[in-house]
Design a protein around this ligand. Structure first.
Ligand code: ACO
Length: 428
């Protein structure tokens, strides 16, 4: 028997069911609230609202726990590959050897872009923001896959668009970058890993193939693993919202890219580097910057700090922080921005302002330094995040259709003018 919650209002009372998840998170089921009371709940920003039940990702923000399908992120980061993690997130179990081989072959076979897409890339100006290009080109991809614009959740009708998107998003990202550089496109190499192939499409020249160090290839794979899913964040909720109208997977993930782009979400990884560069180039002391970030009259924020859900260390930030050192050592780079980041973190973690508000480094705080060391240009950072998040978006889109959820349609409390008579032009 589930526990009940009682709502009392205007002398009336209503018993509401509760729902308890497998990790004992409890929600009050208000699905009958409006039908029974005429009232709705109000929760701008959805901080207290569960939009679905989900089997994909578990986060405990107070304890800094993140698990995909029950597996700890720390263990996946150490032992898994992005392809294996993508399979896990999509299908719910770690793949057996043959399953992984088939999945990887499906991704490999889909690495190419239709040559017709070249002309679409050529239509963008050189300085087009890569996230805008990515979002547009995911919709363009749907134009080359009109037979796959369904809501299928199993069999080839789901597996094919899922693999196509996960694979081709890399080529779209790399082509967008090369277009902005005025460089010719580089065809994918099917002998490389998922991450290795992406680095090749980004950085190889016709007679000078890019050979990443194993540490670099592994670091990128790890970055993608850490971004593979993060339950009902802004972009994933957008993907579900768009998908709930039975729009295709292509348009749902294209919308997800739009939501991820913002500096309060995935765009924060660019903003962190811009902030560190500004501190470095303008000779601002980390102390002065922290003071500004605390000042309510200043627009400055400590980018890469704070999270809606994590009220302790973001476990992804911990893992990335450890990885940054490895990559810098392997590449024999010393990055002054890393020292500034360490200093900012140390200061923020001992300041009451940040302690009282539970503001800890999030995944974006160290990821930019890692990507910069690999040679990824700053405006491509959020694109990399989108590549990593693709399995999570697709898994959430699929889960929503498996559960046959209704179209997402929040309500509102109207606070505008009540009915008034139309004023003729000469009386206004
Ligand atoms: N620097 C300084 N102060 C901050 C910061 C920060 N980075 N983040 C939050 N605060 C303060 C707020 O001003 C607020 O203070 P107040 O209570 O005195 O008004 C308090 O902490 C609570 O912050 P909210 O903005 O209400 O928290 P919310 O959950 O709405 O926002 C968010 C979370 C958007 C991540 C916020 O912390 C932020 O803007 N961080 C910087 C951007 C960033 O790093 N985003 C990436 C998030 S991770 C991701 O999306 C992949």
């Amino acid at each position: 028997m589930s526990k009940k919650a009682t709502l009392q209002y205007d002398g009336q009372s209503l018993e509401l069911d509760t729902i308890v998840g497998t990790e004992n998170e409890t929600g009050i089921d208000i699905t009958q609230l409006r039908a029974k009371t005429g009232m709705i709940t109000l929760d701008p920003g959805y901080g207290n609202t569960g939009s679905c039940t989900s089997d994909i990702t578990f986060i405990n923000g107070e304890k800094g726990i993140l698990r995909y399908r029950g597996y700890a992120i720390e263990e996946l980061a150490e032992k898994s590959s992005f392809m294996e993690t993508a399979f896990l997130v999509l299908y719910g179990h770690l793949p057996a050897k043959e399953e992984l081989e088939t999945f990887e072959a499906g991704i490999r076979d889909e690495a190419y872009l239709h040559y017709g897409m070249k002309s679409h890339f050529e239509g963008f100006p050189d300085n087009a923001p890569p996230m805008a290009v990515l979002s547009s080109m995911l919709n363009v991809l749907s134009c080359y896959n009109t037979e796959l614009l369904t809501t299928a959740t199993k069999g080839p009708a789901f597996e094919l668009p899922a693999s196509r998107i996960i694979s081709k998003v890399r080529a779209i990202a790399a082509w967008a970058y090369r277009t902005s550089q005025g460089k010719p496109f580089m065809a994918p190499r099917t002998d490389l890993s998922y991450s290795g192939n992406f680095l090749h499409m980004m950085f190889s020249q016709q007679f000078n193939l890019y050979e990443p160090l194993p540490e670099v290839e592994r670091a990128l794979d790890l970055f993608l693993i850490l971004h593979a899913d993060h339950e009902q964040n802004c972009s994933t909720s957008t993907v579900r919202m768009v998908g709930s109208s039975h729009a295709s997977l292509f348009s749902a993930v294209s919308a997800g890219v739009g939501a991820l782009w913002g500096p309060l979400h995935g765009g924060a990884n660019c903003e962190v580097i811009k902030m560190l560069e500004r501190i470095h180039e303008e000779g601002i002391s980390p102390r002065a910057f922290v003071e500004k970030a605390k000042d309510k009259n200043s627009p400055e924020k400590l980018m890469g700090f704070g999270h809606r859900v994590y009220k302790s260390f973001d476990p992804r930030a911990k893992i990335l922080k450890g990885q940054v050192d490895n990559v810098l050592k392997a590449l024999n780079i010393s990055d002054p921005l890393l020292d500034i980041a360490y200093e900012l973190e140390e200061m923020a973690r001992s300041e009451d302002y940040f302690i009282e508000r539970n503001l800890y480094p999030n995944v974006d705080f160290y990821s930019g330094i890692l990507l910069r060391a690999i040679g990824i240009p700053v405006d491509m950072f959020t694109v990399l995040f989108a590549i990593g998040r693709m399995p999570g978006w697709i898994a959430n889109w699929r889960e929503m259709h498996v559960q046959s959820l209704r179209i997402s349609r929040p309500r509102q409390i109207y606070t505008g003018e009540i009915l008034r008579a139309y004023t003729p032009m000469d009386k206004r």
